[in-house]
Design a protein around this ligand. Structure first.
Ligand SMILES: *Cc1c(COP(=O)(O)O)cnc(C)c1O
Length: 395
């Protein structure tokens, strides 16, 4: 754990990350439990460069909502400084970025939630999405000397946020007439970003509705940029990648992260804290869900669902022990999970376990594979990283 102390020596970050991100930093009072999450800022830089390449000339919002998909907003800020802007969900995230001295664009992806949020938009110089008439009403009541830049969002079939195409132009005209509004950009979000037909359908609705309106356009998330980056209409002026920046493939299992040249930005590592010698028929964990089919060595890992590891991960979920691919057995419990050590006879108490991401040996276990085994997506696992897991920043 000596790396933890090195990190603690970088005094500022542990303090910032604990207070601003609600995550625990390594601390030199006690040896923490061996689990830790490493945030690889170099991989973030690399992934941003990959996405930028796929998006040709478009400007790139680094989407850093949800504590930067669990990576910590401050860490992500350092990883994505080369982005053209940051896209966030709430004012606190925007304020944190300004406090880190980010002077570039910040976009509120769902816009404002109440009238007084507009004061903060003025104070923090935020751009914001307008997806509903009531946000236009709020803008019309906002008292400001400095008009605001807005992104008017169209619903092109996802039916979540955005104005219906038939109401879009009147909303645009209303906004355009407001002294509170400066530039109006046009935006939508694909319901089927990985599917060519779905993207075409949404594009058609979007273009048919606003082809003659002025303003910059933003349509693409990670999947759309990576899969349809050769289509100028998809890439448009601003792209909004999130998941790809963190090294997860947006269209797993069709394509793996390596196919897109992405590297994991988060590694969840722990250690074996016990080794058991099972005889044929011995059971493992609550409910005895796993029964040893033969004599075997079993490793007990200091990682459970209270750390954010998915409880639904069944026996057979991949885990790296000393960089060697093994699999979990039995039920994941709150603080522990178990691994069949058959592929790695040298493993012992203290051996490194990589739950996802990069092992010290350089071996990678894609978060997408763990997520798929547990019936979910990389997004959810990243976001669920628990506050009790110490975070270590790996340059
Ligand atoms: C979260 C979000 C994104 C990023 O999506 P990814 O699939 O993570 O790339 C883009 N646009 C909007 C509106 C979002 O809410």
């Amino acid at each position: 754990m000596s790396e933890c102390f090195t990190v603690a020596a970088l005094r500022l970050w542990p303090v910032i990350s604990r207070h601003l991100q609600g995550t625990r930093a390594c601390d030199n009072r006690f040896m923490p439990r061996p689990i830790r999450a490493l945030m690889h800022t170099q991989a973030m830089r690399h992934n941003l460069a990959q996405v930028r390449q796929a998006a040709s000339d478009a400007r790139v919002w680094a989407v850093v909502k949800a504590r930067a998909y669990g990576h910590g907003l401050v860490n992500a800020f350092h990883g994505f400084r080369a982005a053209d802007g940051f896209a966030v969900l709430d004012l606190e995230e925007a304020q944190t970025l300004r406090s880190l001295d980010w002077r570039g664009p910040i976009l509120l992806l769902e816009g404002v939630f109440e009238q007084r949020d507009l004061e903060w938009c003025s104070r923090l110089d935020l751009w914001h999405v307008v997806h509903t008439e009531s946000q236009i009403d709020m803008l019309s009541r906002h008292k400001t000397q400095v008009p605001q830049r807005v992104f008017l969002k169209m619903n092109t079939g996802m039916n979540r946020l955005g104005l219906a195409p038939e109401r879009f132009r009147s909303a645009w005209a209303r906004l355009n007439a407001l002294p509170q509004v400066d530039e109006i950009s046009l935006m939508t979000h694909f319901a089927h970003a990985d599917d060519q037909v779905g993207v075409e359908a949404a594009l058609q609705v979007f273009e048919a509705t606003c082809h003659d309106l002025p303003g910059e356009r933003s349509l693409a998330n990670s999947a759309a940029v990576l899969r349809h980056g050769q289509q100028p209409a998809v890439v448009a002026d601003w792209v909004r990648p999130g998941i790809a920046l963190y090294g997860s493939s947006p269209d797993h299992p069709e394509h793996h992260a390596a196919h897109w040249g992405l590297r994991p930005a988060m590694s969840l590592r722990s250690q074996l804290i016990a080794v058991q010698h099972l005889k044929t028929g011995d059971e493992v964990g609550y409910g005895g869900l796993f029964k040893a089919p033969h004599d075997m060595r079993l490793g007990v890992v200091a990682c459970g669902y209270a750390d954010g590891y998915p409880r639904h991960a069944p026996s057979g979920t991949p885990v790296l022990v000393n960089g060697v691919r093994c699999h979990s057995v039995g039920r994941v419990s709150m603080d522990m999970l178990c691994v069949d050590l058959t592929p790695v006879p040298a493993a012992q108490v203290g051996s490194e376990v990589t739950l996802w991401g990069l092992a010290t040996s350089g071996e990678v276990l894609c978060i997408d594979q763990v997520a798929a085994a547990a019936g979910t997506v990389g997004y959810e696992l990243m976001c669920a990283l628990a506050p009790r897991v110490p975070v270590q920043v790996d340059e």
